[in-house]
Design a protein around this ligand. Structure first.
Ligand code: PGA
Length: 243
């Protein structure tokens, strides 16, 4: 199965940078048969339309970084799943640790958002992961088990749901989980989610992508910082190929 390589641009980029990045990625993918991976980028909401205009017709698909649990209504500042679909999105990231931390998003809210995303025809990338203190206390599996149980709605299928394991202490810190930590946690998650794709996220870069992508039960990666540079992101994707 091709690896899923997802770029989470977070709150970065204006129109010119975003278009430029998308153009470089589309050009990089042109010569690539991409049998080894599928590439997805998730720009900030205001950048989806300009990025989609560049990526249309390329092998790269795009998605949102969050959506509301309602399809429309009086929710100032929020983005609804059908609005993402309307811009050609195929995916939406839900329950990213930055949403859980800074917007106090709960797993129940993540599940409600996922249902709305399915109704709009989007696939969801549901993020889970433990805090540093929880890992130090040996609670990582129970924390992740609870997040999975509460964030994944009953409607979830391997076709419409991807799980991203992102240990919070590894996000944007330069610290990556060891291959053994990743192997153990992904095996644990596999036992809970069956055939759903499981991504790893947290300081993935060109230098560590090969080892991570070829760890058992790692079906792809969710990349933040290193997805903002076309060359680095393409190198991560290329690491999907076996040597
Ligand atoms: P990072 O972010 O690659 O910058 O650590 C990953 C993420 O938050 O999805």
């Amino acid at each position: 199965m091709p690896k899923l390589i997802v770029g989470n641009w977070k709150m970065n980029g204006l129109q010119a940078d975003s278009r430029d990045l998308a153009e470089k990625l589309a050009a990089g993918m042109k010569g690539d048969p991409s049998n080894d991976f599928h590439m997805v980028v998730c720009p900030p909401a205001t950048m989806i339309a300009p990025v989609a205009a560049v990526l249309k017709g390329s092998a790269i698909r795009w998605g949102g970084q969050d959506c509301h649990a309602e399809a429309s209504g009086a929710f100032t500042g929020d983005i609804a799943a059908p609005m993402l679909k309307d811009l050609g999105c195929d995916f939406v990231i839900l329950g990213h640790s930055e949403r859980r931390q800074y917007h106090e998003e709960t797993s129940a809210q993540v599940a409600a958002k996922a249902k709305q995303a399915y109704a709009a025809g989007l696939a969801v990338i549901i993020c889970v992961g433990e805090l540093d203190a929880q890992r130090s206390a040996g609670e990582q599996e129970s924390v992740v088990a609870r997040q999975l149980a509460e964030s994944i709605p009953a409607e979830a299928l391997p076709l419409n749901t991807v799980i991203a394991y992102e240990p919070v202490w590894a996000i944007g810190t330069g610290k990556t989980a060891s291959a053994e930590d990743i192997r153990q946690m992904h095996a644990f998650i596999r036992g809970k989610v069956g055939r759903m794709q499981i991504l790893y996220g947290g300081s993935v870069k060109a230098e560590n992508a090969r080892e991570i992508l070829h760890t058992e039960n790692v079906d792809g990666v969710l990349v933040g910082g290193a997805s903002l540079k076309a060359e680095a992101f393409m190198a991560i994707a290329a690491a999907s190929r076996l040597p």
